[in-house]
Design a protein around this ligand. Structure first.
Ligand SMILES: [Zn+2]
Length: 208
């Protein structure tokens, strides 16, 4: 099952594309760029592979006292993104993200949600990408280019440990990494929120 999750904004939106639970493509881009991606085939032909594949898009549900112009524009942009996709979609209220991932609304902010997402993938090693200090990330040392002993091992870090990681084979032999890049390496900003939306949809549909 594949899911494209979007955290929409008034001018830019963050997206994460998950294949069998593993984020394989994510970024924050201008809305017109994302609309072009949604209407074209930018998902390796994987999105729409099974009937369960959806666009999961976060929606604002509580407007409080002030209905800011930015929120109005975000809602319009959300509709444009859904239209550009043209396939099945689910609106995921932020309340559902909090309740599903954290079990409570109380005290849940972006940082708490981010940590919960990291926990879901097994902790900080899922980010990884820590360079070897001994060889400064080169994987070898000296004029003879001797393989660095500190990052020279043959452990394939998460090929079998993470669900749905086909296409990700990290070989750590002389890799230059002290901790190899994990599936969440490079994730930043609003992409965390988009990933939380994806996990919410997957968990609510009984997919681990
Ligand atoms: Zn090294």
């Amino acid at each position: 099952m594949n899911v494209l999750a979007v955290d929409p904004g008034s001018s830019e939106s963050a997206y994460v594309f998950l294949r069998d639970g593993c984020p394989v493509k994510f970024d924050k881009v201008r809305n017109d760029v994302l609309r072009a991606m949604l209407s074209g085939d930018t998902w390796y032909g994987w999105l729409g592979e099974t009937p369960e594949d959806v666009l999961a898009i976060e929606t604002i549900e509580s407007y409080g006292m002030g209905f800011a112009k930015d929120i109005a524009i975000t809602l319009i942009e959300t509709g444009r993104l859904i239209e550009a996709w043209g396939g099945p979609y689910r609106c995921i209220p932020r309340k559902d993200v909090k309740l599903t991932l954290c079990g409570t609304m109380r005290g849940v902010n972006d940082a708490v949600i981010r940590q919960r997402v990291i926990d879901h993938y097994g902790g900080e090693a899922a980010i990884g990408g820590v360079r070897c200090q001994r060889c400064k990330g080169k994987g070898w040392r000296g004029r003879e280019r001797t393989p660095c002993a500190d990052c020279h091992d043959e452990v394939e870090v998460f090929e079998h440990e993470w669900p749905g990681t086909d296409g990700h084979t990290w070989v750590t032999k002389g890799s230059g990494w002290r901790v190899s890049p994990g599936p969440l390496h490079g994730m930043a900003g609003d992409c965390w929120q988009a990933l939380a939306v994806a996990l919410t949809w997957l968990e609510r549909n009984g997919t681990p």
